[in-house]
Design a protein. Structure first.
Lengths: 234, 244
């Protein structure tokens, strides 16, 4: 146990280690952030196409969305990452961070789409009917009535998706990228440290702290959006 | 009665949901100032009939002519402004306050300026005794309050016809009275009304005409005195025996 604490001391007092961890952490955050941006944007579009009123010119896009979501959700993330790295973006000199962002973004889009679709469908049909009966356009009904209620329903599950992506990016170490997970492994295998447990324990704390912070923020947003559910008056 | 304007003509209306034929050949005319109560056993197509009028359900075939103009995909939104609808489950917009619910359509449809819409809304709210709820969200209202707000919301657009789809079926007995007296008041002011209801005594009292549906067809259509005292068909006799 003494050894454990002295190793922790060593880790935090060696600039080289700290540097490695922070670099790894930064890469983890970068990939997660941009992947989630792509994921939520694309996921929203897929969900909109999927839940739109069926029509002739939407039949093909609807089909494509279904197939896309099916394939992404039906295959392992690690495999998708490998395909991106070793097949689609197997171009010499192509920045691996971009490849990783695209891989995770496209993956996250499928999950986000399912979450958002569920959110839209969870809004009572009567809400749409009220808007229709008043002569409002489908666009107004969606933007003013359905979307605000869907967003509220969807926040907890999207928060979960953020957490999933942050943790899942750890597999980029499998294609040799230097993220937080890789940094921990790297430090642990070094001559001086010669201990995996300490750097991995510290990396775990980094992940935990990040996810704790995100959970906290999402809860806050959720609470703000639940205002109209309260029975008490303002 | 005879020189009253005809608001609505329905010709040979059919509606099926998949293989399930709900309406099979409805012919109907509605004149200004009439108060039509639509009765019938459950599953007879009463609600579907009402909901086809403003295309909440798109008719499978047949014509709906409103103010001399056939209702189509193109003019449906304009037609809906003139046909108010009140639902069984109120359908107030959950993410909007009572005031926002009332002014939403007049503002989005550019029919009123915000101040004018709010003024009208406050008048209607004071009429139903709910001014203090203007800033409340629907979740904090009772069922009866919700339904009265829903009626006020429909009135914001000054419709020519009001459709009520079982407006009291989801209410507790105490609230039913409040909602019915509001409908009665609208009736007294000459509003053209069509109402699907199970409140027989109210139907008797308010109707200028009763329409009875059975298996997707209108089998009786006449004055309430006639309908309740001397029903022509056996089906209606049987129905009235059960419900009265």
């Amino acid at each position: 146990m003494n050894d454990f604490f002295s190793k922790i001391g060593e880790l935090f007092s060696t600039p080289e280690y700290i540097d490695a961890l922070l670099h790894g952490f930064l890469l983890t955050l970068q990939i997660s952030y941009f992947a989630l941006l792509i994921g939520f944007f694309l996921g929203t579009i897929i969900a909109l196409v999927d839940t739109a009123k069926p029509s002739r010119w939407l039949a093909v896009p609807k089909f494509i969305c279904r197939v896309y979501v099916g394939i992404i959700r039906g295959t392992p993330m690690a495999l998708q990452l490998f395909i991106m790295f070793f097949v689609i973006f197997a171009i010499k000199g192509f920045p691996s961070i971009i490849t990783a962002i695209i891989a995770f973004g496209l993956n996250s889009a499928a999950y986000a789409a399912e979450v958002i679709r569920g959110g839209i469908l969870s809004v009572d049909k009567g809400q749409t009917e009220a808007g229709l009966a008043l002569g409002l356009s489908r666009f107004t009904i969606f933007t003013k009535i359905v979307a605000p209620q869907a967003i509220k329903n969807v926040i907890p599950a999207l928060g979960n998706e953020i957490i999933t992506v942050i943790k899942e990016t750890a597999i980029v170490s499998m294609v040799g990228m230097y993220d937080l997970n890789m940094a921990a492994k790297d430090i642990g295998s070094g001559q001086n440290m010669a201990s995996y447990i300490v750097p991995m324990f510290v990396a775990a704390l980094f992940y935990l702290a990040t996810i704790y912070l995100i959970t906290f923020i999402v809860k806050r947003i959720e609470k703000g959006l639940r205002r109209s559910d309260l029975r008490a008056e303002e | 009665m005879e020189d009253k304007k005809t608001d609505l003509v329905i010709k040979n209306l059919h509606k099926s949901f998949g293989k399930n034929k709900v309406l099979s050949g409805i012919n109907f005319e509605l004149k200004e100032g009439e108060r039509v109560v639509v009765l019938g056993p459950s599953g007879s197509g009463k609600s579907t009939f009402l909901r086809c009028i403003n295309w909440m359900e798109e008719p499978t075939s047949g014509k709906i002519i409103f103010d001399g103009e056939e209702v189509t995909e193109k003019n449906i939104r304009r037609v809906r402004r003139s046909i108010g609808m009140v639902f069984q489950h109120f359908n107030l917009i959950n993410n909007m306050t009572v005031m926002e619910n009332l002014i939403l359509a007049p503002m989005k449809l550019h029919l009123m300026k915000k101040e004018a819409a709010e003024k009208r809304a406050m008048e209607l709210l004071s009429h139903i005794g709910l001014t203090q709820k203007a800033k409340a969200y629907p979740a904090s209202l009772s069922g009866g309050q919700k339904q009265r707000v829903a009626i006020a919301r429909a009135m914001m657009l000054s419709p020519e016809v009001l459709l009520f789809d079982e407006p009291t079926s989801a209410l507790d007995p105490e609230s039913i009275g409040d909602v019915l007296s509001l409908i009665r008041e609208l009736a007294d002011r000459g509003m053209t009304i069509m109402i699907v209801t199970h409140e027989m005594s109210f139907a008797k009292e308010i109707a200028t005409r009763v329409v009875f549906l059975d298996r997707g067809k209108i089998i009786e259509d006449g004055a309430p005195e006639e309908f309740f005292r001397h029903p022509k068909t056996e089906r209606v006799q049987e129905f009235l025996q059960k419900v009265l």
